[in-house]
Write a protein that binds this ligand. Sequence first.
Ligand code: SF4
Length: 409
Amino acid sequence: MTTPPSSLGSPVPGPFPPSPETRRDGKGRGDRLPEHGEVLVVLFGRIGDVVFTLPSVAALAKARPDLSIDWIVEDRCADLLSGHPLLRDVIRFERSRLTALKKSGHPLRALGEIGRLVKRLRSRRYDAVLDFQGLLKSGVATGLARGALKLGSPSTYGRMREGSAFFSRMVPLPDAGLHLVERHLLVVRELLGRPVEPVSSGLTISPHEIRSAREKAGSDPFVLIHPFASWETRNWPADLWKKTAREMVERGFRVVVAGAGGPTQEEVVRRILEGAGGRGHSLLGQLSLRELAAVMALSEAVLAVDSGPMHIAASAGARVVALFGPTDPARLGPFGPRKRPGEGESYGRSGRVVAAGLPCQPCMLRRCPIGTPCQSELSPTAVVEAAMSLIASQELAGLSGALARERAS
Ligand code: SF4
């Protein structure tokens, strides 16, 4: 089954009534944020969640350009935010370093690092702390931060989770069917007390990164395959990727494969390159997240399972074919800038979603009790047809500006 792209992104419905708590005390409304106020965004990761939250930060910055916005984020996602023009400061939680210190028998040094992070977090007094995650970890950071208002998100999957105990106010969740980008926007809507529209997240890709991406990807038209997701049930079998690669090569495209790297990924990439014959190459473990975004924006299309990199591709304005198994494309489908020939640019649900269309989908299970037929029954033909239709539509063309900047430089 190929699911056609949904309607263009629209403003989150309004007018937005203040939450009962807000009406009761009348305090902490966003329109009472002081001029040149300071806001802290708390969202540590993962990649997809960072990408989903960027449009909220962009919407807030557009509505209140006088604000100074900081963001606390895990090191593995910080690359997406570093140097972002909408952010005053990116506070890195060095998770990898802390894990390494603990494993190498230096727990006191790890504690010292945490102490320094807490000191930095508390060095400013914020007018609002926005927890977009609602997990225990983000809740603890929200609790530790100094802030007049601590506003909590409905959380990634729409359930208030452990971190909600640290909020001074929760965001009401009026529509469980929203895409997560729209769900996160509810936090900004609650803060500002008025409707907000999704704003392009503006992943910042420098001309240098675009040149580097072009050098790594090569100059002939290519499709980028990113076949990896963290959940076992989100992954498509390597043999089906191999067939897909062969079919895309038969249609005149080179195949570039990307992934974070590691022995299990190497085997999958080997199979895909087998399918591509001499027309494929691997960038496994060779790209930072921003370089990955740049390569994706330069591609003819990105074929990817539901994963953080798929969301980076959509956000970077690439043409995305998203393969869905157990997860829900209504909430997690590609979302980014889009443009059809003869139309202006807009921002919302984009790309093509392909799925096997089984009655058990979406189940949101990380382990499948029946052998993951939602993946094995999704055919390469459906994926290739979606890619060809998207490429032919010229619906998107590196709308992050990557192509334009490359041509101008
Ligand atoms: S139960 Fe169905 S949707 Fe869930 S992982 Fe298994 S096959 Fe996929």
